[in-house]
Design a protein around this ligand. Structure first.
Ligand code: NOJ
Length: 774
C-alpha cells in the first residue's frame, strides 16, 4: 500500500462464524508459486557500495590486533546513569586501553569530547568511539511516551518527534539511539508496552518506519542525524503473563505474522542497527539465536547493519540454562550473529581465547568489526571524531522554542477522548472555579514518563495544573489539591481526602489527574492489576459523589482497567505521559483549543482477566455470537463480557463523523492486480476536527485460520463542519499475505470482507466483500 493511501480496514469479530461463505480451497491456495511474496533485499542509502570505505576498513582491519578488534565489539555504559543491573568499574581505563569501541549513557558536548579524546588521542589506532543512548521519546525536549505518540496515528508528527530528538541528541555528542522499540505488545501487564506502538502489526510497522526516517534522515553522514536501532529482536512483548524478561513461547507463525513485521519494516526503511531481546524464543535466548540473527535477519531480510545485544544479555544465557559459562555464551552469541556486546564484557574477557582455541572463526570477528567500523565511517567519525561535539551548537539547539512547540503539538495529538457524556468537555472559557485534583495533577516528574533520556524531571515539565492555570481565562479560579496517592502501599489511606473534597465542594468542575507513577511502566515495571494504584479509586468515587462534573485525565503508560470510571465519570481523557509541554497540551484539549483526534493503539480491557486481549483475535469454533445471550458452550466468560472496555482504534472528538458504506473499485482482483476501497466521511458536528479513518479486512477462510479483522490502512483527515471527503485505500494481494500452512509467506485466493470505519469492531459499518482470484 502506498504511503499516501495509508488507510486501513476495520474488522468485525461479530461476523465470525455464521458468515463463513465457502471459497477457494485452502489446499489449492497454499503454495502456488504466483502467490509467493518475494523477499525484497533491503537497500538503504547508507548501504550503497563505497569502495573508498572498503579500502579504508580493509587497511584498518589488517593493522588491528585481535584484542583491538574485540574492543570494537564492546559497548560499555558510563557511570552517569544506570539502565541495567550491573555497572563496570573503570570504563575510562577500558577506553584508554582500546578495549571498548562504544559508550552509552554519556552525553553533552563536553563529556563526549573528553571520552572521545581518550580514544582518539590515547589509543594506538585512534579509532573513534561511538556514543549511544536511549533517546526514546525526545532527548531534552520530551515528547509523549511512544505509546502515546502511537495514539496520534499521525506519522508526520511521529517522524517530527524523532527528528527533533536526533537534532538535540546529536548536538550533545550522541551518534546512535536505542530506538525505535518496535515490539508488538498485547499484554497490558507488561510495563514496556509504554515504549512501543501498541498491539497492531500494521500500525506498528508504519510507526517503525516513521521513527527510523526521523532519526536517520536522508543522510547518516549529516551531523544532525543518528543511527536508529530496531529493538528488541524478537518477540520480547510476548513475555508470559506480562512479566518482564519472562519466557516467550509462541508459534513460528505468530512470530512471523505478528511480532516480526515491524522489524522487517524497519529494515526496509534502512534502520542501521538491531538490538537483541532478553527473552528466549523457541528455547534459545535471542542473543544466541542463529535462527533470528542470521537466518531471518541476514539471509531472509538482507540486513546490512550491525547487531548489538541488550544489556548483559549474553551473560544471561547462563542463567537461561543455555550456556554453561560466559565463554560459551560469548561463542554462541557471536556465532549466532551478534556483532556487539552491550555491557556484559563477555566478548572483552573471553573471545580472544575462543578464537585461539578454534571455537570462533576470525572471519566472523572481522565481519562483525567491519560492520561496526562501517557505521563509524558512514557517520563521518574517521574524518572528524569531534564533528558531533560542538558546545556552541549544543547551546543553540537544546530546548529550541520550535522543539517545545512541536512537543506540545504531538502531545495534544496523542490524547484520546474516551468519554464525553453531556459534552462536559470542552470546558468553557468562563468555567468558573476549577479544581485540579490528584497525585498527577501537579507532578513534574511524572509528566515525562519513563525512558526520558536527558529530560529534566524537576523544573521544565509543565504540569496539568500549571497548564490549566495558564490557559484559564480571567475570572476563572484554578486550585489544586493532591488528595490521593498512587503508591501501591497507600491503598486504604485517606489522608488528603478531606482537603481535596473541600476544594471539590467549592468548585464548579473537577479535573481529576490520576493514573500511574511514571516508573510503573517501562522496563522491569510489570503489574498483575491494571487499576488505579494507591487510593486514587476511592478518591475518584468520593469526587463523583459530590455531584460536581468530573473530568478524569488519565496519565499512564498502559491501558488501565477503568470500568468504574467509564460507568460513572462523565468525561475521560487519556493523556499518557505527555512530555515537557504536557500540561499545556492537556489544557489545549480540555478547553477545546485543540479538538482531540487520538485513537487507541491498544485495546483497553474491562479487567485484567481479559488480558491478553487484542482486536485481531481469532474467531474460535464457538464464537459467542453463535449462542443465544448467556448460552453455555460458547467461548465466553461467566462474569465479564468478551468485548473490551474500549476498542483498538477508538477515540472521540468534540465533533461527530458519519461514514458512508464502503465501495469497491471491483468485485475481485487477480494476483497482479489491486482493488480500491472508498468511503465518504462527513463532519456532522459543528466544529472542525480530525478523524482517523481506518480500513479493516477479514480473510474468511485460509489454509490456517485468520484473524476476525486486520488493520490494513488508515488516513488522518481534517474536516470542517459539514464537509465531506472520500477516502480511498488501494490494496494489492501483497497486503493480504500471511504465513500459510506450509510456512511460506503469501496470499491465498478466496473471499475477503472489508470495512472502512472509525475504529476496530465497528459494527455500524457494513462490510463489503471481494474475491482474490488465482
Ligand atoms: C535495557 C533495555 O532493555 C534496552 O531497551 C535499553 O536500550 C538498554 N537497557 C540500554 O539502556
Amino acid at each position: 500500500m502506498t504511503r499516501s493511501a495509508r488507510v486501513l480496514l476495520a474488522g468485525a469479530a461479530a461476523l465470525a462464524f455464521a458468515s463463513g461463505t465457502a471459497h477457494a480451497s485452502a489446499a489449492a491456495a497454499q503454495t502456488s508459486p504466483q502467490t509467493q511474496v518475494p523477499v525484497a533485499p533491503a537497500e538503504p542509502d547508507w548501504a550503497r557500495p563505497d569502495s573508498q570505505m572498503d579500502a579504508f576498513i580493509d587497511d584498518l582491519l589488517a593493522r588491528m590486533t585481535l584484542q583491538e578488534k574485540i574492543g570494537q565489539l564492546t559497548l560499555l555504559t558510563s557511570d552517569w546513569e544506570s539502565t541495567g543491573p550491573t555497572m563496570r568499574e573503570g570504563y575510562k581505563q577500558d577506553i584508554a586501553a582500546g578495549r571498548v569501541g562504544a559508550i552509552f549513557n554519556a552525553y553533552t558536548a563536553a563529556y563526549t569530547r573528553e571520552l572521545q579524546e581518550m580514544a582518539v588521542e590515547g589509543t594506538r589506532l585512534k579509532i573513534p568511539l561511538l556514543f549511544g543512548y536511549d533517546v526514546i521519546h525526545g532527548h531534552r525536549t520530551i515528547f509523549p511516551i511512544s505509546l502515546g505518540e502511537a495514539a496520534s496515528w499521525d506519522l508526520d508528527a511521529i517522524e517530527t518527534s524523532a527528528r527533533v530528538s536526533a537534532q538535540e541528541a546529536t548536538a550533545e555528542g550522541i551518534h546512535w539511539t536505542f530506538s525505535p522499540m518496535v515490539d508488538v505488545s498485547r499484554d497490558a501487564r507488561w510495563g514496556r508496552m509504554s515504549e512501543g506502538a501498541g498491539e497492531d502489526v500494521f500500525l506498528g510497522s508504519e510507526i517503525a518506519r516513521a521513527r527510523v526516517r526521523g532519526y536517520q534522515g536522508e543522510d547518516l553522514g549529516a551531523v544532525d542525524t543518528m543511527l536508529a536501532t530496531a529493538k528488541h529482536f524478537a518477540a520480547y512483548g510476548a513475555a508470559q503473563a506480562g512479566r518482564d524478561y519472562h519466557t516467550v513461547d509462541i508459534s513460528e507463525r505468530t512470530l512471523r505474522d505478528v511480532y516480526l513485521p515491524p522489524f522487517k519494516a524497519a529494515v526496509d526503511e534502512g534502520v542501521a542497527t538491531f538490538m537483541t531481546a532478553f527473552n528466549e524464543y523457541d528455547g534459545v535466548p535471542a542473543s544466541g539465536s542463529k535462527f533470528l540473527l542470521t537466518d531471518v535477519l541476514r539471509h531472509e531480510w538482507g540486513f546490512d547493519g550491525f547487531v548489538v545485544t541488550d544489556y548483559t544479555s549474553i551473560n544471561e544465557m547462563v542463567p537461561h540454562g543455555y550456556s554453561r559459562d560466559l565463554a560459551q555464551a560469548g561463542e554462541q552469541a557471536l556465532n549466532a550473529g551478534v556483532d556487539m556486546d552491550m555491557q556484559g564484557a563477555v566478548f572483552m574477557e573471553n573471545l580472544a581465547r575462543s578464537v585461539e582455541e578454534g571455537r570462533v572463526d576470525t572471519a566472523k570477528i572481522d565481519r562483525a568489526v567491519r560492520r561496526v567500523l562501517e557505521m563509524k565511517y558512514r557517520l563521518g567519525l574517521f574524518d572528524d571524531p569531534y564533528r558531533y561535539v560542538d558546545a556552541a551548537r549544543e547551546k543553540a539547539t537544546l530546548y529550541k522554542p520550535e522543539f517545545l512547540e512541536a512537543a506540545r503539538d504531538v502531545a495534544r495529538k496523542s490524547m484520546v477522548l474516551l468519554k464525553n457524556e453531556g459534552n462536559v468537555l470542552p470546558l468553557a472559557a468562563d468555567a468558573g472555579r476549577i479544581a485540579v485534583i490528584g497525585p498527577l495533577a501537579d507532578s513534574k516528574a511524572d509528566m515525562i514518563g519513563s525512558w526520558a533520556a536527558g529530560g529534566d524531571r524537576e523544573t521544565r515539565p509543565v504540569t496539568v495544573f500549571e497548564g490549566i492555570a495558564a490557559r484559564a481565562g480571567d475570572g476563572v479560579s484554578v486550585e489544586h489539591a493532591k488528595g490521593a496517592s498512587y503508591e501501591f502501599a497507600d491503598a486504604g489511606k485517606t489522608d488528603g481526602f478531606a482537603e481535596a473534597l473541600a476544594l471539590a465542594e467549592r468548585s464548579d468542575v473537577i479535573v481529576a489527574a490520576m493514573g500511574e507513577k511514571w516508573d510503573m511502566t517501562g522496563e522491569a515495571a510489570s503489574r498483575t492489576t491494571l487499576d488505579l494504584p494507591g487510593n486514587q479509586q476511592a478518591l475518584l468515587e468520593a469526587l463523583v459523589a459530590t455531584g460536581k462534573p468530573v473530568v478524569l485525565v488519565l496519565l499512564s503508560g498502559r491501558p488501565n482497567a477503568i470500568a468504574w470510571a467509564d460507568e460513572n465519570v462523565p468525561a475521560i481523557l487519556h493523556a499518557w505521559y505527555p512530555g515537557t509541554q504536557g500540561g499545556h497540551a492537556v489544557a489545549d484539549v480540555l478547553f477545546g483549543d485543540y479538538n482531540p483526534s487520538g485513537k487507541l493503539p491498544v485495546t483497553f480491557p474491562r479487567n485484567v482477566g481479559q488480558v491478553p486481549i487484542h482486536y485481531d483475535m481469532k474467531n474460535t469454533g464457538r464464537p459467542i455470537e453463535l449462542g443465544a445471550p448467556g448460552a453455555k458452550y460458547v467461548s465466553r466468560y461467566l462474569n465479564t463480557p468478551n468485548d473490551p472496555l474500549y476498542r483498538f482504534g477508538y477515540g472521540l472528538s468534540y465533533t461527530t463523523f458519519a461514514y458512508s458504506p464502503a465501495t469497491l473499485s471491483a468485485a475481485s482482483m487477480g494476483p497482479g492486480g489491486s482493488i480500491t476501497a472508498s468511503a465518504t466521511i462527513t463532519n456532522t458536528g459543528d466544529r472542525a476536527g480530525e478523524e482517523v479513518v481506518q480500513l479493516y479486512v477479514r480473510d474468511l477462510v485460509g489454509s490456517v485460520t485468520r484473524p476476525v479483522q486486520e488493520l490494513k490502512g488508515f488516513e488522518k483527515i481534517m474536516l470542517e463542519p459539514g464537509e465531506s471527503r472520500t477516502v480511498s485505500f488501494t490494496l494489492t494481494p501483497r497486503d493480504l499475505a500471511f504465513t500459510r500452512a506450509d510456512m511460506s509467506h503469501g496470499w491465498e485466493p478466496g473471499e475477503f470482507q472489508l470495512w472502512i470505519a472509525p475504529s476496530s469492531g465497528a459494527k455500524a459499518s457494513t462490510p463489503v466483500t471481494f474475491t482474490l482470484t488465482e
